[in-house]
Structure formats: C-alpha cells, structure tokens
Design a protein around this ligand. Structure first.
Ligand SMILES: *[C@@H]1O[C@H](CO)[C@@H](O)[C@H](O)[C@H]1NC(C)=O
Ligand SMILES: *[C@@H]1O[C@H](CO)[C@@H](O)[C@H](O)[C@H]1NC(C)=O
Length: 183
C-alpha cells in the first residue's frame, strides 16, 4: 500500500497537471496544523546572467487555521530589502484560499540576475506560533543557448567527419576486392 502510494506520488510529481491531488494527499497525511513549505525544496535552479527570474515560495496551511503565519525570504541571513537596496530583487506576497487548503505565496522577483546571486543561499522562512520551517534554493548559472548550440553543432560536425572517413576507408578497401572478383 505504502509502496503504491509512493509510486503514485512519484508519477504524479512527474506530471504537473496532477499537482492538486498530490497536494490534497499531503494535506490528509499531515495534522493540518503546521504550515508546510511546498516549494522550494532545498534545490538548485538555473538562470542566465541578465535574465529575469521569479521564484515562488508556496506555503500550504490549514483552511480553518486562525494562527498568524509569516512567510518571508532571506538572502544569506539578510532580509531582501537589505540584500537588494534598489528594486532589482523584490518580494511580493499573495494569498489564496482553495477548496482543500489555504496557500501563501511569497514571490521573489529578480528584474535581472547578477553574478552575486549565484553565491547566495535564498531561504524561505515560515513562522507560525513557535514553529519555524525553512527551505532553501540556490541559483546556478545556466549554459546559454548559444554555447550549447555551439557544442551540439561541433558534435554533429565531428560525427559527419568520422562517418565520411569510415565510408572513404570502406570504399577504398572494397575496390581491389571488386577488381579481383571481376577478373
Ligand atoms: C553566502 O553563503 C554562502 C554559503 O552558504 C557562501 O559561499 C557565500 O560566499 C555567501 N555570500 C555572501 C555574499 O556572503
Ligand atoms: C531543507 O533544509 C533545512 C535546513 O537547512 C531543513 O530544515 C529542511 O527540513 C530541509 N527540507 C527538505 C525538504 O529537505
């Protein structure tokens, strides 16, 4: 039973359209009191320098809970306002009430990714009553499309050359044989 449940959750997670049922399953599994961080999950994402990026910390709480829940981001233990003195990195909070649970989203919005972001531990913190939960995310530099296109192009070119050499050698080695047969 547990195994099939795990397999089902795994399959669900690989199909994003199945998200809602995974969430409600987590809901019924937990006591429903402590808010859960659904994302991030101590993971790493890729981004290009100069590109925009939005990371959303999604917290799920009990639909009927009356406790106050604080959700915020830290950048290497600093508040976002202190990490980005201008508005390059902004934090926007929103809430939504759905059928099965109450969700709080803390959006971390980068107007432009800078090199220094790659060295920061971005942590989403959830505080409710005495309980604190954290989940972090790292941003790492993505290989740009131009660079990966170049690598693919090079690989194709090298294989074409190798195949041509093989065909050439094959044809060359066949020729004397063919003459021998013809004679
Ligand atoms: C942030 O923390 C990471 C380790 O978690 C460290 O490697 C990095 O140098 C720190 N960055 C800054 C700007 O303090
Ligand atoms: C992520 O790391 C924090 C400690 O940094 C830990 O408390 C938390 O349980 C971890 N979450 C997951 C999903 O592994």
């Amino acid at each position: 039973m547990t195994v099939s449940l795990v397999v089902f959750i795994f399959i669900c997670k690989s199909i994003s359209s199945c998200k809602v049922s995974t969430l409600s399953m987590q809901d019924s599994n937990t006591s429903g009191q402590v808010p859960q961080i659904l994302y991030p999950s101590n993971n790493t994402i890729e981004a290009l320098i100069g590109s925009k990026l939005d990371i959303t910390c999604t917290v799920m709480a009990d639909l009927h809970s009356r406790i106050e829940i604080l959700v915020y981001w830290l950048a290497n233990h600093s508040y976002i306002e202190d990490y980005s003195k201008n508005t390059r990195v902004r934090e926007i909070r929103s809430e939504r009430r759905e059928k099965e649970a109450y969700y709080i989203d803390a959006h971390l919005s980068f107007s432009e990714i800078k090199i220094k972001d790659f060295e920061i531990n971005f942590v989403c913190v959830v505080l409710s009553e005495e309980i604190e939960r954290v989940s972090f995310i790292f941003i790492k530099p993505a290989v740009s499309n131009a660079a990966s296109d170049f690598v693919v192009g090079l690989a194709v070119l090298i294989s074409i050359i190798l195949v041509s050499i093989c065909i050439y050698k094959f044809v060359k080695s066949k020729h004397p044989l063919r003459y021998a047969i013809l004679k």
